[in-house]
Design a protein around this ligand. Sequence first.
Ligand SMILES: [Zn+2]
Length: 338
Amino acid sequence: ITPVAKLEPVPVGGVMVSSASMFNEDFIKDKDIRIGDTVVVGRAGDVIPYISDIIYDDRTGEEQPVKFPTHCPVCDSELVRAEEEAAWRCVNSACPAQVFERILHFVSKDAMDISGLGKAIVERFIFKEEWIKSILDIYDLPYDEIRELEGFGEKSVEKLINSIENSKSRLAYRLLFGLGIRYVGETTARNLAEEVHCIEDLKDWDIEKLLTVNDIGPKVAQSVYNYFQQEENIETILTLKNKYGVNTCTDKQQKSDVEGDGKLAGATLLFTGSLQQMARHEAKEMVEANGGKVASALSSKVDYLVVGEEPGSKVDKAKKLGTVKIITEDDFLKMIAD
Ligand SMILES: [Zn+2]
């Protein structure tokens, strides 16, 4: 919870400022900031306005002391202040404000990269429609109702569905990163994922074992350990995997490609039929430039079959295999586009 002061609008460095940060409760207490005070506003790094001083001489006696909230303004659960921390936090993991931050992180570009779930849409689905209460709900959205929403054309619903579908085949470390485990950044997630077959296997790791992983210190190890000791977290991962088909495993192919950051990293593609927008060799170059591989024949190792005009029997074979995603040339171009 970050306290923000509401100000009478004032120009600061050419910008009108009407609110300013007060950082935390101690800051308010130390400066004895009161409601109705005349204040001096500064801008940290010329971006975030904050209260730098109080003009005590301007006080009329009408100013009211600030009562710091004891409960979360969003979910009303009691706020907690950890030892040696200045911030009061809401620790209710089901708090919509927290769910919001978690979901934004989960769908972000470096995590699951679900571009159809922009900030405004996530906000709407959580606070207004109340469709998203956890990560799992992303994979169980009521598309029929979404189609009825104002501002949602068929096209944006398709985009939403596609980006959610595509997120299911992300490399495992991106899911691990996306789960938002405290202190687990992208690099830590990569290092951890490389050590396991599937990320849910981390439930069997103790702190000692976690400490053997590259770049993992006691603080991170403890945090990862705590996360994987919680039954509901394991359940979330397994539900993502078993019910919604989200990839949680790091196979050898992916391991070798983890270094590459291409959009097709770890994926194997096969082209069939005549391509309209590129030559075969160009298509192959595009795949390789994006970290993917082009297969020479159809097998269960193929992730995507890109279908051009007049495709042969490969499409039927791919359907029989059931594990191959059949996509158009346009889909392919979209996959590697920014
Ligand atoms: Zn809350």
